[in-house]
Every structure is written in C-alpha cells, then in structure tokens.
Design a protein around this ligand. Structure first.
Ligand SMILES: NC(=O)c1ccc[n+]([C@@H]2O[C@H](COP(=O)([O-])OP(=O)(O)OC[C@H]3O[C@@H](n4cnc5c(N)ncnc54)[C@H](O)[C@@H]3O)[C@@H](O)[C@H]2O)c1
Ligand SMILES: O=C(O)[C@H]1O[C@H](OP(=O)(O)OP(=O)(O)OC[C@H]2O[C@@H](n3ccc(=O)[nH]c3=O)[C@H](O)[C@@H]2O)[C@H](O)[C@@H](O)[C@@H]1O
Length: 346
C-alpha cells in the first residue's frame, strides 16, 4: 500500500490501515470498486454520483435521509445495476461492504442547518463517527467534505489550511462550523489511532444546477429572484466577500483528493473573490438587467471575507478550477428556468 503523505503536517498514522475485503486480492474474481456516497441525493453529492457512475468499474451506493436532498437528483440512476439508493440517516449505524466512502451527509445551507441545530451537530459528530466506524470495519478510505466555515470569520486572508480559524463556539452557525471542526478532529483521531485512510476537503461556496431553489444560499437566491423578476436581496452590508466554485470543478477536486496520497485538509474552491453587491450586479447583467437590487438585514456571525489559498490543491492534486463565475452562472439558468416554469423569452 502506498505510504500516506500528510502535507508535511506530521499526521502520519501510527498503525497500518486494516485490510480491505479479501476479494480485492482474489485471483479469479475481479470486483468493482464499491463506493458509498452519504448525502448523495443532495446538490454536490448527486453531481459526484454522476461522475463516479461514468466509470464502469464503480458500483455506487447512496445513503441519504432526504432532509435537503431528493431522489429526483438521482432519477437517471435508479434501477441501474451498478447503483443503489438507501433511505438512511447517518446518525444511525450502517452495515455495507465498501472500498471508499465519500461522506457528504449534512445540510449545507445556513437556513437548513440552523433549522434544527441539534440535529446538525448529531449529523456531523455521530454521523461522522458512524462512517469512521464503518471505514474501520471494512478498511475503506473515507473522505469528509468539510468547509471553509472552519475558518469562521477569518482574521487571515486568503485562508490557508494552516490557519486555525476564528469561530464563535456558541453562535447560531456553531452547529455547523464547530460540528465540522469536530468531524475533522474525529477523522484525524481515527487516522492516528486506527490507521484509517482519511481525506479532508475544505470546500468553499459551490454553486451549479440542482441547488434547491428555496434553500436560501446567495447564488440560488439571486438566480431564482432574477428569473422571477424579483429584487435581488443583498444582505447588509453587501461588501462581505465569497469565492464561488462551479460544481463540476468541485467534483473533479474531490475525486482527485480521494484518489491521491494526501490526507488534507486541502482547500477546494475558486479563488475569484466577489462582494455580494458585485455578485448581484453580475447576476443582474447576465440574467435579467431589469431587476432591482435591494439591501436587506443580515443574519448573525456572517463571515466578512472568504477566499481560499489553493496552493496545496495545485501542488498536491494538480487541481485548479476551470470555470469562471461569469461562465458558470449562465449554466444554472436553464435548470432553474425549467424548475421554476419560467422559459426564456425569445
Ligand atoms: N455547497 C457548498 O457551498 C458547500 C460548502 C462547504 C461544504 N459543503 C459540504 O458539502 C456537503 C454537501 O453539500 P451540498 O451543498 O450538496 O448540500 P445539500 O444540502 O444539497 O446536500 C446534503 C445531503 O445530505 C443529506 N443529509 C443531511 N443530513 C443527513 C443525515 N443525517 N443522514 C443522511 N443524509 C443526510 C441531505 O438530504 C442532502 O441530500 C455537505 O457536507 C456540506 O457541508 C458544501
Ligand atoms: O463556503 C462555505 O464553506 C460555506 O458556504 C455557504 O455558506 P455561506 O457563505 O454563509 O452561504 P450563503 O448563504 O450563500 O451566503 C453567502 C453570503 O451571501 C449573503 N446573502 C445570502 C442570501 C441572500 O439572499 N443575499 C445575500 O446577500 C450572505 O449574507 C452571505 O454574506 C454554504 O451554504 C455552507 O454550507 C458552506 O459551508
């Protein structure tokens, strides 16, 4: 087994990982790579499943409780012989035999993760513990989709992986931010204590087709508002920044991380940085020049700036995003128009 590089952070495992199934080394039976995707019915998860299913050597199992995801996102795979969909909540244990686990299950939009914060923490902590237990039992490699929110309201800009963050432990976003921080800790403790092969991606705002229309995230809000001809709601002060990554770039980065030899954490995001006012102006220009931009109240603890340093992703994964914001936004328009039932006027 290849030696696990650890980004020079001295996280080397104390024990070798457990052996995967004996079928892996079998002479006569060449099994497919069995991949579990938790949260695979969600936005990023369903695009990841599409990409994994392109490889005929992959069998994909999705476990999802449909809190924010939907079977509809996976409808083209339902019934496919290499695909299985399980209604399952990751806060309960799961017995499946797999080689890799992409652990995405967790509500991502602030509206949804704040809706039931205790459940969000359980999903991040108990859910990640359960998936690590599964990885340990079957010798699977596990990738966690962590978040740029582990940097909180960052005092270092752009954010690099060595920055420990500035997170409010008792705020309304803490269920998510601190939940993901504990999930990262659990990943490294299982790695050091049990030799599990881990991968941690720190994802920065990702957008694209299939985002929930009403999930409250800024890109989906602005696109839906522009299509409906409603004012674009910029939350005050509007000078706060985000860096937006198109979903196909994100999926490419996640697969490279899983297949590579580095544990991470590795930032995966697009370093292009925009204020929310700039984003609103861009959506207005590209989708509907008639709409107004209105300033509305913000929510507590909203981070003021976000921009990934992606040096590690470039050097260790050979990855960098290809799709610029101005090119990615129009790629969402058709999907949103179809779901909103508002065709483009010719
Ligand atoms: N989209 C982003 O900008 C972004 C940024 C940083 C990190 N992430 C992370 O990426 C992952 C996917 O995000 P997304 O944008 O696709 O969100 P999403 O809400 O569309 O998908 C999350 C999926 O997890 C499922 N889920 C939630 N709780 C579950 C539970 N207890 N058991 C089983 N399934 C459960 C949901 O039903 C949904 O299908 C999340 O872990 C999120 O924290 C996303
Ligand atoms: O990058 C990340 O790590 C995080 O990105 C997003 O979190 P956030 O940036 O807070 O997402 P949005 O709700 O899209 O907000 C972005 C900015 O847009 C603003 N906003 C939001 C909605 C809106 O209608 N108008 C508006 O101006 C918010 O105030 C905020 O400053 C995701 O939803 C998190 O799951 C993810 O972990």
């Amino acid at each position: 087994m290849a030696k696990e590089a650890s980004n020079g952070d001295n996280h080397a495992a104390s024990k070798p990982p457990p052996s995967p199934s004996p079928l892996r080394n079998s002479k006569f039976f060449q099994s497919n790579m069995r991949i579990l995707v938790t949260g695979g019915a969600g936005f990023i998860g369903s695009h990841l499943v599409d990409k994994l299913m392109e490889n005929e050597k992959n069998e994909v199992i999705v476990a999802d409780n449909y809190f924010t995801g939907s079977k509809d996102n996976l409808r083209k795979w339902i019934g496919h012989p290499r695909f299985e969909l399980i209604r399952h909540d990751v806060t309960e244990s799961l017995l499946v035999e797999v080689d890799q686990i992409y652990h995405l299950a967790c509500p991502a939009s602030p509206i949804f993760y704040k809706y039931n914060p205790v459940k969000t923490i359980k999903t991040n902590v108990i859910g990640t513990l359960n998936m690590l237990g599964l990885a340990k039992r079957v010798g699977a490699r596990i990738l966690l989709t962590s978040t740029s929110e582990v940097y909180g309201d960052p005092l270092v800009h752009p954010q690099e992986e060595s920055y420990w963050g500035n997170v409010n432990p008792i705020g309304v976003r803490s269920c998510y931010d601190e939940g993901k921080r504990v999930a990262e800790t659990l990943m490294f403790d299982y790695h050091r204590q049990h030799g599990i092969e881990i991968r941690i991606a720190r994802i920065f705002n990702t957008y694209g087709p299939r985002m929930n229309i009403d999930d409250g995230r800024v890109v989906s809000n602005f696109i839906a508002q522009a299509i409906r001809g409603e004012p674009l709601t910029v939350q005050a002060p509007g000078t706060q920044t985000r860096s937006f990554c198109y979903v196909s770039d994100m999926v490419d980065g996640l697969i490279r991380l899983m297949e590579g030899e580095n544990t991470g954490p590795i930032n995966i995001g697009n370093p292009g940085e925009f204020t929310m006012l700039e984003l609103a102006e861009t959506v207005k220009e590209l989708i509907n020049p008639e709409v107004e931009i209105s300033m509305v109240e913000n929510t507590p603890d909203d981070p003021r700036q976000r921009k990934p340093n992606i040096t590690k992703a470039k050097e260790l994964l050979g990855w960098e995003p290809k799709i610029k914001l101005r090119d990615g936004l129009p790629l969402m328009e058709e999907d949103f128009r179809t779901r909103l039932g508002v065709p483009l006027k010719k």
